[in-house]
Ligand binder design. Structure first.
Ligand code: ADP
Ligand code: ASP
Ligand code: MG
Length: 418
């Protein structure tokens, strides 16, 4: 039997009516002759509520218990989806991660797949079941505890199943009808793409475009999964949505193909640290150990060097806002232990990151200049810049984020095909 993976995100299973709507789409594929593995997210808002409860109960929580609580939203939708399909006379069975078993590492809250043995599901399909409904976002550790895969992780569950079961396609049903040049919620000029390369989607996802979890794109690229994003609310067919595929399948030749943003960023500056070999390692080692995801880094000559007999420098870096407390603790710990010395730590919690992405940048100069002048025209001040082969990112004041995304979308004429 040919097999499809169909994943439904939170808004697509937000209530019983929407679960029925999603189940109709599954039934249509079964009627076309497919066996289907359905991956479901928690009902929209549910995971946030569960995370909130954990934080309220225990701010520095035990991550094993975080996973026990936060994974539960998906269990409800998996069961409800199987029941809805049964009511439609489609033979379906639900599976929680541990039942498959979806084997992961034991990094609670950010676990990675180790293996998805096929035997249990294959046996069920052989018995005549047409649909296996899998609770997304979760797995089981070698110690036998429930794990979760990081926010947005159901996308990755879907791609991992598509790879393990050699699915014909992995369809990600969501609340937009494809992948756009930027988040369509930020500008109505955003244009839906027919296709996007794995590399560009990987970069957009890792820079904040939450339409796909970064790890899902990585896995799709590695295992050559045909990955598609489409709407769960529209009538759809085999041509609908956006296909994520190899670069050589793409006809468009724009230098920049998308703009991404990450809203909740913070900028931290260690003022007047000693300028000596090993200082970066002494700063970023403890941050890494504390699990802080440091992103952009700049080292500057300090304005406050007077009064210091040894050379000093300022070290600036960015990280997600919700990791500031952990970063502060790690740095103060390193200072108290005598590993680093600094005069003060300045924290700006009102930053956002905006990035332009395009494989065309490999062969075209001038993208950075165009980006910076578009931001200058809007009088948006740039705090930190970072570049790589196919992206340029800037850290700016959060209040200018929407404006910056719109200005860059215009400057690179992303509303036009090319
Ligand atoms: P789901 O609950 O289905 O997983 P998400 O909210 O995680 O859905 O992802 C879909 C959202 O991603 C869209 O509603 C949209 O606001 C946002 N998004 C960000 N960047 C893009 C983009 N480039 N193209 C499409 N959607 C995007
Ligand atoms: N429910 C989880 C989240 O909100 C996983 C997902 O929807 O992909 O992050
Ligand atoms: Mg998502």
């Amino acid at each position: 039997m040919p097999l499809l993976v169909m994943k439904f995100g939170g808004t697509s299973v937000a209530d019983l009516g929407r679960i029925r709507n999603a189940a109709e789409k599954v039934r249509a594929e079964v009627a076309r002759g497919y066996d289907v593995i359905v991956i479901v997210s928690a009902m929209s808002g549910k995971t946030n509520e569960l995370v909130g409860w954990v934080n309220e109960t225990s701010p520095l929580y035990d991550a094993r218990e975080y996973d026990a609580v936060v994974s539960s939203g998906e269990n409800v939708t998996a069961g409800l989806m199987a029941l809805t399909l049964q009511e439609m006379d489609v033979p379906a069975r639900s599976w929680q991660g541990w039942q498959v078993p979806i084997q992961t590492t034991s990094q609670h809250g950010a676990a990675r797949f180790v293996d998805i043995p096929r035997a249990n599901l294959d046996a069920k399909f052989a018995e005549g079941f047409k649909v296996a409904v899998i609770a997304g976002f979760q797995g089981v550790s070698p110690e036998g505890r429930i794990t979760t895969l990081g926010r947005g992780g159901s996308d990755t569950t879907a791609v991992a199943f598509a790879a393990a079961f050699e699915a014909e396609r992995c369809d990600i049903y969501t609340d937009v009808d494809g992948i756009y040049t930027t988040d369509p919620r930020i500008t109505s000029k955003a244009r839906k793409l027919e296709k996007i390369s794995f590399e560009e989607m990987l970069e957009l996802a890792s820079l904040g475009a939450k339409v796909l979890q970064t790890r899902s794109v990585e896995l799709a690229m590695r295992y050559k999964v045909r990955l598609r994003v489409l709407s769960s609310f529209d009538d759809t067919d085999e041509q609908s949505g956006t296909l994520v595929c190899d670069e050589d399948e793409i006809m468009e030749s724009k230098v920049v193909s998308g703009v991404a943003y990450s809203r909740e960023e913070a900028k931290l500056t260690l003022v007047t640290v000693e300028d000596r070999p090993g200082i970066a390692a002494a700063i970023f080692g403890p941050l890494a150990e504390a699990g802080v995801n440091v992103d952009m880094i700049v080292q500057n000559i300090s304005e406050n060097a007077q009064g210091h007999d040894k050379p000093v420098t300022d070290m600036t870096f960015s990280c997600p806002v919700d990791q500031v407390a952990r970063a502060r603790k790690a740095l103060e710990g390193a200072r108290d232990a005598g590993q680093i010395r600094y005069d003060r730590l300045e924290v700006d919690e009102d930053a956002a990151k905006v990035s332009v992405v395009g494989i065309g940048m490999r062969s075209h100069a001038g993208v950075a200049a165009r980006m910076f002048s578009a931001l200058a025209e809007e009088r948006v001040n740039i705090k930190v810049i970072a570049t790589s082969e196919i992206k340029i990112s800037v850290l700016i004041d959060r209040k200018y984020m929407e404006l910056a995304v719109q200005a860059l979308h215009d400057a690179f004429e992303l509303d036009k095909t090319g």
